[in-house]
Design a protein around this ligand. Structure first.
Ligand SMILES: [Zn+2]
Length: 253
């Protein structure tokens, strides 16, 4: 599984884009979260990674939660697909129920074309193909299988286990440090965990209490600009990094 890390910043970063990624699939890119300035983000990630990213052909978006640094680019992408790149159809927009419940509430004031007392002219379905991520079983998105788990943050937020049949990516979503969340993610071959160093986020000190074997498979993002993490087994990601995730070969002998 090839993953382009498109952003590693937190909501206040002035150097990096919001924490997000694109997974390459045979059906096109599947995005994890969609931060503000997403078109600039995808252009920069194309240059850094050497992998051409066309935002007009992103197949699906998986949204962990509605904070700006994770969902603030949806308006740009929705309008871009509708008016600048209409040839590729609408992108799938996937979120867990309590996140999807308020998706249009977040987007409507700037996207529904309503003037003063007019009726809304558009709905979420005019910009995206919305779909719910099932909390109980796997949801098929492009050729991936996605499992989600609620975690503890300031608003409803999920972590994700995303498999392509060969390898599995674990994505913590924004989260307080929860050992059970990290254990749930430990099924993945590689885990991208947030490290926010503040309230409602996990700290490096907390994450470094996890078993070493798990830390060795854990990469960090969402670290505030002013924080320098100690050296350790958990690798800190940069915007534009490419992760090639493989499953360890099991010895059948
Ligand atoms: Zn958040």
């Amino acid at each position: 599984m090839k993953v382009i890390v498109t952003g590693t910043g937190d909501a206040f970063s002035n150097r990096r884009f919001g924490s997000s990624a694109l997974i390459q699939t045979s059906e096109g890119f599947v995005a994890i979260d969609c931060p503000p300035a997403c078109l600039a983000m995808y252009r920069q990630a194309s240059e850094t990674s050497g992998i051409q990213i066309n935002p007009g052909s992103i197949h699906d978006l998986l949204i962990t939660h509605l904070h700006v640094d994770h969902a603030g680019g949806l308006e740009t992408l929705g309008f871009y697909r509708r008016y600048k790149a209409p040839g590729n159809g609408l992108a799938g927009l996937w979120a867990a129920p309590a996140v999807m419940d308020r998706m249009w509430e977040r987007l409507a004031p700037s996207m529904d074309g309503r003037m003063f007392s007019d009726k809304p002219k558009t709905s979420l379905e005019d910009f995206f193909k919305p779909g719910l991520l099932d909390l109980e079983c796997r949801t098929k998105v492009a050729n991936l299988e996605v499992r989600v788990r609620w975690t503890a943050h300031a608003v409803p937020t999920v972590g994700m286990l995303i498999s392509d049949g060969t390898a599995t990516l674990g994505w913590s979503g924004d989260t307080e440090f929860l050992e059970e969340h990290a254990q749930w993610l430990s099924e993945a071959d590689l885990i991208v965990h947030e490290c926010g160093e503040s309230a409602k986020h996990a700290t490096w000190a907390e994450l470094s209490t996890l078993p070493l074997e798990l830390q060795n498979r854990m990469h960090l993002l969402h670290v505030p600009d002013e924080v320098t993490l100690p050296e350790g087994p958990m690798v800190c990601l940069n915007d534009g990094d490419v992760l090639d995730i493989t499953s360890p070969v099991t010895d059948s002998a």
